[in-house]
Design a protein around this ligand. Structure first.
Ligand code: WT7
Length: 690
């Protein structure tokens, strides 16, 4: 079905070496619509790319959906397998009506992703190639590791972990900022078959504790402190209180391995629990620099990564080894048109899926050189990104629309004073990129020379799902273009009926792909109800989407109770539960509103306990409650006092009305007559600017 949509595109000229519509736009000619704005890769770019034309894409795409077993086996064969997978290649039940949802790829195969990232590349002669360039928060503070050096560091840590009793299948929680030790720790776990769960170091002690209690790790890995911009964050203190809370819930952690990040804080200043807390630098150097690999089943767990859903409890998304390896490696290669001479920088943190798939595994599986940046992109000034691009000769730069928009506001001169001539491909992820930010990224950052891969995917999908292949297709600013190989997107209506051609609706996927998550840790039922029950027969993404007349996909944002703030996914229920934990808050309802830089902002309606007066201090302490329970990135942008919330007679909060009030679309409130008490709406409007 999708094949037909893309086939209708094949008539387009390829590699035309011109930016026709865009030129029209620069010259001030009006376009009929965004859909008509085609931006072509240069002829030279296309000619040298892995997938050089729509025709080539179609050929590969056709095979990937008609013969997935053959298509993916060929790619999998590029990696090292201790034992080959069984004849069947994959098996799936994707239809809840036919029983338990089950996805398996390369079953029976035995491999190790750390071996494939490091040893395999070293054996093929790349041991002295730089694996990681690390750039510290302070300009001038930097270091690097070759593949040989990285392997040695990974092995030392792996040996230590084994020594303290970490075995295949055990969980290890990693709570680290963007130090080299973060990918090192992930790879060390993978090497010995341990399951890492990285917790973004911006999460609060309570969120960390919640995750530790859920996955019960053998070891927690952290550092004493980190500098971010001009601030110091005392991570070890946060871990201490998380471990206290875990212990109160019966989960006692015996080992807290702590990296001494001496550029932020001296050892002696760090609070210490003798016996439990161990300085990384004190123990690791004693271990051998080689470590045998633990071969794991292709379907053996690789990692857990917690993400937000529409209820309060975070979901432990579980990825397995074989399919994830094949999928992250191939998506990285094709979507960024990766070549061995590229220098790649992704600004995401390893605490999110982007940092798993496209800072660590995807690039290293390809033997790439990766820049890891510790700091904030506007420190010491807003030119820092381009300073780093020039310093390391970055050729592929992958970031989030929120960063593009915030830099765009600062003015072009902060970009144009740097050369950026090494750049070849740009990438965007995390939320829809609005066409004006796309054009600025394209014209100003990329000098109208670098295609932009606007990659749509999710924590759950493991890797890119809908993405440009930069040499193959003309792009449309704001569209993620077409599905990756093996992915069959479908758009359905409210009833779950597939709609064809030009349409909008809910974005689902038909059939599995190797990188798909296999379960939610400890809660397979929730996996099935959240993702496979809304539209039986399909995986439901939670996103709205439209497809234009040329078959291009346009993502329109979440359709569930999830807010996307600067590319960070936050459940409204999580923020509400943090607010109502405040003793003076009786009730809270949270909605997303459009935000110029962050994409969406968090807008909270708060009803106070009877008799408590409104005050700015109270507002601050409500925001503080959210920071403490979730993390600073989830702090509400606005607290709107609400004497009452608009509810139906059965007590359900009508969020539709709250969204309209939050965005001040007061003439679009719609029918309020079904409310239990319609006067609350007027009260809310009256308090809008208090
Ligand atoms: C949600 C997934 C996948 C890595 C980062 C976020 C939104 C992501 C795009 C894009 C439009 C996008 C979706 C999706 N999203 N990339 N290129 N265009 N929307 O991962 O935290 O799992 O969030 O981010 O709404 O469902 P995540």
């Amino acid at each position: 079905n999708h094949l037909r949509h893309v086939e209708s595109m094949a008539h387009l000229p390829s590699g035309a070496g011109r930016i026709t519509r865009l030129n029209a736009l620069i010259l001030g000619e009006a376009l009929a619509s965004e859909e008509d704005d085609l931006v072509f890769p240069s002829e030279d770019f296309s000619r040298h790319s892995h997938v050089s034309s729509p025709h080539k894409y179609l050929e590969m795409y056709r095979r990937s959906v008609q013969d997935p077993a053959g298509f993916w086996s060929d790619i999998a064969s590029e990696f090292y397998w201790r034992e080959k997978w069984s004849q069947q290649v994959y098996s799936e039940n994707f239809d809840i009506r036919k029983g338990k949802i089950k996805i398996e790829w390369f079953k029976g195969g035995m491999t190790n992703i750390c071996y494939n990232c490091l040893d395999r590349n070293i054996e093929s002669g790349n041991g002295d190639k730089i694996a990681i360039y690390w750039e510290g928060n302070e300009p001038g503070l930097d270091t690097s590791l070759t593949y040989n050096q990285l392997l040695a560091r990974v092995c030392q840590l792996a040996n230590y972990l084994k020594d303290v009793g970490v075995r295949k299948g055990d969980a290890v929680v990693i709570y680290l900022p963007m130090l080299m030790e973060l990918p090192i720790a992930m790879l060390a776990c993978a090497r010995i078959g341990a399951v890492h769960s990285v917790v973004f170091a911006g999460f609060s002690a309570e969120s960390l504790a919640q995750r530790i209690i859920d996955c019960r790790p053998k070891v927690v890995i952290t550092c004493n402190a980190v500098r971010r911009g001009s601030k110091i964050i005392y991570l070890k203190d946060i871990v201490d209180s998380a471990l206290l809370e875990s212990a109160e819930n019966g989960i006692v952690i015996d080992v807290c391995l702590t990296w001494e990040n001496d550029s932020a804080m001296k050892k002696e200043m760090t609070k210490w629990m003798k016996g439990r807390d161990i300085w990384w630098q004190d123990v690791i150097l004693k271990y051998p620099v080689t470590c045998d690999v633990e071969w794991v089943d292709a379907e053996g767990p690789l990692f857990l990564l917690y993400t937000s859903g529409s209820t309060g409890k975070p979901k432990g998304v579980m990825h397995t080894t074989g399919g994830y390896m094949v999928y992250t490696a191939s998506t990285f290669k094709y979507a960024f048109d990766y070549k061995s001479t590229d220098i790649y920088w992704c600004t995401a943190d390893c605490g999110w899926i982007t940092g798993h798939s496209y800072v660590t595994y995807g690039p290293l599986l390809n033997g790439a050189t990766v820049v890891v940046f510790e700091g904030a992109p506007s420190y010491p000034d807003v030119g820092r990104c381009w300073d780093i691009v020039d310093k390391y000769k970055v050729s592929i730069f992958y970031t989030a629309p929120t960063l593009v928009r915030s830099l765009m506001r600062e003015g072009d001169e902060h970009v144009s004073r740097y050369s950026r001539k090494s750049l070849r491909v740009l990438g965007s992820v995390g939320e829809p990129i609005n066409p004006s930010a796309w054009r600025w990224f394209f014209n100003v950052v990329g000098d109208a020379r670098c295609p932009i891969s606007d990659t749509w995917w999710q924590t759950e999908t493991g890797g890119f799902m809908i993405t440009p292949l930069p040499g193959a297709w003309p792009q449309k600013p704001g569209s993620a273009t077409f599905p990756f190989f093996g992915v069959q997107p479908v758009i359905v209506d409210e009833k779950g009926v597939e709609i064809e051609g030009e349409c909008s609706g809910y974005l689902c996927v038909k059939g599995s792909w190797p990188g798909a998550f296999r379960t939610l840790y400890g809660d397979h039922r929730r996996y099935e109800t959240t993702y496979f029950s809304a539209f039986p027969g399909y995986y439901f993404s939670g996103d709205g989407c439209s497809r234009d007349k040329d078959g291009y996909y346009w993502l329109t944002g979440r359709v569930d109770d999830v807010i996307n703030v600067s590319g960070h996914r936050i459940g409204t229920a999580e923020v509400e539960s943090a607010l109502v934990s405040h003793p003076q808050c009786a009730e809270a309802a949270v909605v997303g509103v459009e935000h110029e830089v962050k994409g969406q902002g968090i807008y909270a309606f708060v009803t106070l306990v009877e008799g408590v007066p409104y005050s700015d201090d109270l507002r601050k302490s409500l925001v503080m409650a959210v920071r403490n329970q979730i993390g600073a990135f989830a702090a509400p942008d606005k607290i709107h006092w609400a004497p009452g919330l608009p509810k139906t007679r059965s007590g359900k909060i009508m969020r539709r009305i709250l969204r309209k009030i939050a965005s001040r679309q007061l003439d679009e409130l719609g029918d309020t007559s079904t409310l239990a008490d319609p006067t609350v709406v007027d009260q809310l409007i009256a308090l809008a600017d208090c």
